[in-house]
Design a protein around this ligand. Structure first.
Ligand SMILES: Cc1cc2nc3c(=O)[nH]c(=O)nc-3n(C[C@H](O)[C@H](O)[C@H](O)COP(=O)(O)OP(=O)(O)OC[C@H]3O[C@@H](n4cnc5c(N)ncnc54)[C@H](O)[C@@H]3O)c2cc1C
Length: 398
């Protein structure tokens, strides 16, 4: 007889693993699929914002993350391509932590909570069959497929989308970028001792930007977002693209010259589209980057992924208990998500536009020095606000 899961989560990034664990914690039989095997390197600035820590704590994941000894980050340093710099304190300490370790530990937490984890399994389609969903997935590297049945499905497949399901969301995406990342070791002669610094450094240049911060082992993660049509055809490797980024910013070039690349940590993703409109539901609830891809420079993508997982599972639990119909779940979750994400999305887009404009970015350091409260306010505005998190009418009576 075919097993029917209460929930199947498609994608085991931060959003998917967190959601699957939360569902299992509520007592629901849950399967979690990912096309990759873990641990794996992933393109990300690896800056886990202060705002994400409350969500991690509520999901029972805070201790597991702390045990990885993440680096501590307390301020943002912005370096403009014409030489100006702005330092902005963060509203609390952020973590620098590799996705290699973070995603693996979240997956393990889900497994420990009782989730059936299927790695190397690619979801191909999701069909509604009466009261159930039928998920067709490819297993391993061959052409073999398997079908799973579930009472509910959550889409957590990240920004790329699942063929035929989130086209609507992506069709609103603007420019397309290449994302690359690689870890670097600071030179032992002490010249690049800034790796011990508590800053996330953001360098802006023509055609993109690069973030640099320490991760758990004291190495530095460099992650860049580069306009696709701006990369010379000869630059095929991650190292070549990061060198190209450094060549566009004198201060960054100097900084990178002092670091030794660790090629085994390299990772790339293309295209990266910054979505302009969140899509919380597409035949099923979506969480994390599947909802929308915020400008990475906000450094809040993982926080929003975790929070959307938490919100979604609150309603999934009620649905599975029979307290909500599917249309009620859709309405309540969509409204709650839009209420929380609207403000950080709006400000994130504005920040991206300001910092990407050569003219405005030239004037920004002077403006930030004249009105430091405005710069700090801008950073706060791109984040999920703790106040908004607590004020959901949908969540009353939890
Ligand atoms: C250059 C760059 C820098 C960034 N820097 C930061 C930062 O510093 N801080 C921050 O908070 N955010 C940052 N982000 C954003 C952050 O990486 C994302 O917001 C976050 O990874 C979203 O998590 P997720 O779980 O929704 O998706 P993902 O982490 O993308 O996970 C999706 C998972 O789904 C799997 N999957 C996809 N399709 C299928 C399928 N069909 N079947 C099965 N599995 C599937 C994938 O293998 C993947 O493991 C950055 C993004 C970029 C591009």
């Amino acid at each position: 007889m075919t097993c029917v899961y209460d929930a199947v989560v498609l994608g085991a990034g931060v959003a998917g693993s967190a959601a699957a664990k939360a569902l299992a914690d509520c007592g629901w039989s849950t399967a979690l699929l990912d096309r990759h095997r873990f641990p794996r390197h992933k393109v990300c600035g690896e800056f886990l914002s202060p705002e994400s820590q409350g969500t991690l704590a509520r999901l029972g994941l805070e201790e597991a993350v702390k045990e990885l000894s993440p680096s501590r980050i307390t301020r943002t340093e912005l370096y403009m391509h014409r030489g100006g710099a702005i330092a902005i304190p963060l509203p609390g300490a952020a973590y620098g932590i590799s996705r290699y370790l973070l995603d693996a530990i979240l997956l393990r937490a889900a497994e420990t909570a009782g989730v059936l984890v299927r790695q190397g399994m690619t979801a191909l389609s999701v069909q509604r069959r009466g009261e159930l969903y039928e998920i067709t997935a490819r297993t391993g590297h061959g052409n073999g497929t398997e079908k799973l049945l579930a009472r509910s499905v959550i889409g957590a497949w990240g920004g790329a989308g699942l063929k035929g399901i989130v086209r609507e969301g992506l069709s609103h995406a603007a420019e397309s970028y290449v994302g690359v990342k690689m870890h670097y070791r600071a030179r032992s002669d002490g010249r690049s001792g800034q790796s011990g610094s508590e800053a996330v450094e953001l360098y802006f240049f023509e055609g993109g930007y690069l973030g640099l911060n320490a991760v758990e082992d004291g190495n530095l993660n460099a992650a860049a977002l580069l306009r696709r049509d701006d990369i010379p055809a000869s630059h095929r490797s991650v190292a070549a693209m990061l060198e190209e980024a450094a060549a566009r910013h004198p201060r960054l070039r100097e900084r990178m010259a002092d670091l030794t690349a660790l090629p085994e940590t390299a990772s790339a993703v293309s295209p990266v589209r910054i979505s302009l409109r969140p899509v919380p539901w597409a035949d099923m609830p979506l969480i994390g980057d599947a909802v929308c891809r915020i400008p990475p420079l906000c450094g809040d993508g993982m926080s929003m992924a975790l929070r959307s997982a938490e919100l979604c599972v609150t309603f999934a639990d009620r649905y599975l208990r029979g307290g909500l119909t599917l249309p009620q779940w859709e309405r309540a979750y969509s409204a709650a998500l839009m209420r929380e994400f609207r403000r950080p999305l709006r400000w994130g887009r504005l920040a991206q536009a300001l910092l990407g404009s050569p003219l405005l970015s030239h004037a920004l350091p002077g403006l930030a020095r004249a009105a430091p409260w405005a710069a700090a306010g801008m950073v706060r505005a791109t984040r999920l606000s703790a106040r908004v998190l607590k004020s959901h009418p949908e969540l009353k009576g939890q």
